[in-house]
Design a protein around this ligand. Structure first.
Ligand code: 3SL
Length: 232
């Protein structure tokens, strides 16, 4: 039986061997939720990059550019990191280059894995079905916040472990802890996360509707997959 494990921060990735594994990169608030939304809204390809300047450079090849730092849209880019910014037909058929504080970093730091997919509550079932079909050992890579643990990505990891519990073993404490946390919180994730650090950070920016949206389960049947240098 394949296994599923959880890495609580990209800074801990050096402790894991990604060879032959499937990675699920997750940044619930909000990068991977936004990418899933962009694909659901018809985006063609997404180039996640780490630096603002690199992202800006993609405009020359016809990409929309998106950038966020510390929760705020970076100046001079077409888009920010709110899923609602990708919903008015503006991304249909377009390639997007995006850089965010933590989420794009988690994706790029995972790219040596056999397979990298982007996960969010919004596409949880699509991710679970894909992993079950693939049959590889899985590592959920939580983006966290600037190297530190966060609750929302861990809750997603717990939800995924719970969905895969019949076909994957999960013996490591990180996976067990994520499931326990999710089972404690799942009746009302919005309330559970009210005191969490990133929700407090985002509420300060008055984007409560983003938080509620990103915590909704199984809204989209899309699966962003890493191929060479991009998500398709
Ligand atoms: O850290 C990130 O990558 C972002 O998703 C953070 S925020 O939700 O845009 O504040």
């Amino acid at each position: 039986m394949p296994s599923i494990d959880v890495c609580f921060s990209p800074e801990l990735l050096h402790l894991y061997d990604l060879k032959g594994k499937a990675v699920v990169a997750v940044d619930i608030l909000r990068a991977t939720s936004t990418m899933v939304t962009a694909f659901a809204e018809g985006a063609a390809q997404i180039f996640p990059v780490m630096e603002l300047e690199e992202c800006r450079g993609f405009a020359a090849q016809g990409c929309l550019t998106a950038a966020e730092r510390n929760g705020i849209k970076a100046e001079g880019f077409d888009l920010g990191n709110s899923p609602f910014g990708y919903m008015d037909g503006n991304v249909l058929g377009r390639d997007i280059a995006i850089t965010t504080t933590n989420g794009t970093r988690a994706i790029r730091m995972s790219e040596t894995a056999e397979e990298v997919v982007v996960g969010a509550f919004l596409n949880l079932q699509a991710v679970a079905e894909h992993l079950a079909e693939l049959g590889l050992d899985v590592l959920v890579v939580c983006a966290g916040w600037k190297g530190q643990f966060n609750l929302e990505d861990t809750l997603f990891a717990g939800a995924l472990v719970e969905r895969l519990q019949d076909s994957f073993s999960s013996e490591n404490d990180s996976a067990l802890a994520a499931v326990y946390l999710y089972q404690t919180a799942k009746a009302d994730l919005v309330t559970f996360l009210r005191q969490s650090s990133h929700v407090r950070r985002l509420e300060h920016l008055e984007i409560h509707k983003d938080i509620e949206f990103c915590l909704r389960h199984d809204v989209y049947n899309v699966l962003p997959v890493w191929r060479h240098d991009r998500l398709v």
